[in-house]
Design a protein around this ligand. Sequence first.
Ligand code: TRP
Length: 366
Amino acid sequence: MAKIILTGDRPTGKLHLGHFVGSLSRRVELQNTGLYDKIFIMIADAQALTDNADNPDKVRENIIEVALDYLSCGIDPEKSTIFIQSHVAELTELAFYYMNLVTVQRLQRNPTVKAEIQMRGFSEQGEEQENQQRKGTPVGFFTYPISQAADITAFRATTVPVGEDQEPMIEQTREIVHKFNSIYGPTLVEPEIMLPTNAACLRLPGTDGKAKMSKSLGNCIYLSDTADEVKKKVMSMYTDPDHLKVSDPGKVEGNTVFTYLDAFSKPEHFEKYLPEYESLDALKDHYRRGGLGDVKCKKLLIAILEEMLEPIRERRRYFEEHLDEVYEILRRGSEEARMAAADTLQDVRRAMRINYFENTDIMQRR
Ligand code: TRP
């Protein structure tokens, strides 16, 4: 069986370092292993609209931002197909049939959707009366796990590299595949989730030490930040609030600078930038003992981040000057994705025997 990857992002903002360690760098690695027959990377604009119906401009503007982020990180359109979800109309038809295989009750149990409904202040079922201010949950938002199952199965994806918050979506997709195949005969491919491997990369905290980078908290380092912006953000990064004087012993756990060093530093960085320490462990030991200042650690982090970000910025500059190329990549990718999804949709219609105009069964009255 072909090994196929499908993954994607909602275009609701520029991508940041959290996306980079959590997913982008992994995609580039997977792309370059050559182990996959096909890689699809989807800009999930239709999914982004499920909670941004009143702000399609935001979604539209971020499509190009996300595409630039992909290309500048090294996603290669020769090896990976980048496409725009809303331009693969077949996905909505698949989702429409899958909707009949999922119950409202099952959707209500999806923990990620539950958490997102809370976060967005949409009312939960049965709580409407409690607070008149609540906006209610858009049906499209509530059902997006089904649409995500369509995204995955349309491309016969075997492998879906995503963060752990997406686990319930893959689980629902697998349930839909089972149900479909058991009713209509073996048709759809069952996907496997591929979670990030590096523990330090599972969730990068914001520069303020808060659990997650988030645009609304203003604690992100963006892939498109200039060297100056990165420097400023790192210099004001949260460390150990009790580490006041250089001579004070410091805490490494929960210290954002060290969390980032855990995620980004490699052994060779020490020889290159701080030869007096042979490893990150040696640096941590000194910090714990006291006598090592935050600024020195921050400067190391800046050097390491710059080494990583500068080539990304350089590719971004190229694509920003060649937006017509980016546009063409998206157009061609979406076209290719459509053909792949149309193929699956044809299988689905045949399996359900709703392919009325492919044969004349419908004319045989029984
Ligand atoms: N829900 C994903 C996110 O918020 C985006 C997404 C949509 C996706 N469809 C997908 C991811 C299919 C993987 C596969 O990040």
